[in-house]
Design a protein around this ligand. Structure first.
Ligand SMILES: Cc1ncc(COP(=O)(O)O)c(C=O)c1O
Length: 399
């Protein structure tokens, strides 16, 4: 097992911290923090706006970061748009795609979605007075591609679904779903929320075949405030821009405005260049260590599952097979997740408790909240052990 912990200053500065809330946000490696700092110390200038050399250097750094991210996810730089986060990417998309949705159309999502990939589509469906179809959790569990396919018909304008559930870690077979949806309706626009998946799987845009893929850099060891939105070139050329303003135009007159080519068309205003440089560094770090990370996370996930299942009264949600990432939700008989999280915190264990911004999923599971432990490359068996100790303490106190 490689010692990734030493790469993360926060973990080095907080010995004894057991950080198991990685699905909410990961810690940042020193090289990412350093890259952001270096930009401000050495290259800070507004990009695309000037012909002086400092601004050109800043622009080159931004475009290098875009190229790096494009290369890592196997696509072209023109297909990478930077947003504030996945939530903004999804909301922007829902607004931009509004013109593509007609009254007799329907929009398809699943019960497993994070609110960020549920509410924008629900609201768009309401606005366009079209049907909002939601694939059932139990159907997704059986066969995610079948579950979604059965809701798609000739009137389906958009299908949007999670790549990896932020509640249970369930992985959906994106390639198969895309293939099945395309077979049924080649005009359906397919959006994938890879927010969690991008921290545990290598995203390959070409292989997945979706039209849009959303991610948040802070989930894959990058800074907060940077979203990566992949969009297929032909669609980006045709859809409306998200926001109006500087950088996104090619010509403005009193009568009308013309848009810049993508990705500029979708990046109005000054963007967080330092953060984007940090995001590229983070993705490089993750992909560079991918095999090791995947192996370590999988082994630790199995240990966590084994130890949780040994405790009487603990119920793990899902994980009946290997088709899950290292995100584990569980309940403990007679103990509210908030109480468990409070007791865990006394042992310096950070876990999340609540509905995880997935209330329709909670409703499908028949619970109002769960406890969730989610792993990252730097987690070790001692983190799992401290969580198990906390659960046992909570049971003694409250169970
Ligand atoms: C699956 C999924 N989608 C979307 C989001 C939203 O991410 P952000 O808050 O970075 O926009 C999250 C955040 O937890 C998530 O887990």
């Amino acid at each position: 097992m490689k010692d990734f912990k030493k790469d993360f200053p926060l973990l080095e500065n907080n010995p004894g911290l057991h950080y198991l809330d990685n699905a909410a946000t990961t810690q940042k490696p020193g090289i990412v923090i350093e890259a952001i700092k270096r930009f401000y110390e050495e290259k800070n200038a507004n990009t695309h706006r000037s012909i002086y050399s400092l601004s050109e250097q800043a622009t080159n750094m931004l475009e290098d970061a875009r190229e790096k991210i494009a290369l890592l996810i196997n696509t072209n730089p023109e297909e990478i748009i930077f947003t504030k986060n996945a939530t903004e990417g999804l909301n922007n998309l829902a607004n931009s795609l509004s013109a593509e949705v007609k009254e007799n159309n329907n929009i398809v999502v699943t019960e497993l979605e994070h609110h960020s990939n549920f509410v924008p589509w629900q609201q768009l469906a309401k606005k366009k007075k079209c049907e909002f179809r939601v694939a059932k959790y139990e159907d997704v569990l059986k066969d995610s591609a079948e579950a979604i396919k059965k809701l798609v018909d000739s009137n389906t304008s958009i299908v949007s679904f999670t790549h990896m559930s932020n509640v249970t870690g369930k992985i959906l077979n994106v390639k198969k779903i895309v293939g099945m949806v395309r077979k049924k309706n080649k005009n359906t626009i397919i959006v994938v929320d890879s927010c969690q998946a991008a921290a545990h799987l290598k995203i390959n845009a070409e292989e997945l075949g979706a039209d849009f893929i959303c991610m948040s850099a802070h989930k894959f060891y990058g800074p907060m405030g940077i979203g990566v939105l992949y969009g297929r070139k032909e669609l980006l050329k045709n859809i409306n821009p998200f926001l109006y303003g500087g950088n996104m135009i090619s010509k403005v007159t009193i009568e009308k405005s013309e848009w810049a080519e993508p990705p500029g068309k979708f990046e109005a205003g000054t963007i967080d260049v330092a953060g984007i440089i940090g995001a590229a560094k983070a993705l490089e770090y993750f992909h560079g260590n991918y095999e090791e990370i995947k192996k370590d996370e999988e082994a630790l996930k199995e240990k966590l599952l084994g130890k949780l299942r040994e405790i009487k009264g603990v119920k793990v949600i899902g994980h009946e097979d290997k088709g899950y990432g290292p995100i584990v939700s569980f309940t403990v008989n007679r103990i509210h997740p908030h109480d468990l999280a409070t007791i865990a915190d006394r042992n310096n264990v950070c876990i999340r408790a609540g509905h995880h911004c997935a209330q329709p999923f909670m409703a499908a599971l028949g619970v109002s909240a769960t406890s969730r432990a989610s792993l990252a490359c730097y987690n070790k068996e001692e983190d799992v052990d401290k969580l198990i100790e906390s659960i046992n303490q909570a049971k003694k106190m409250l169970g």
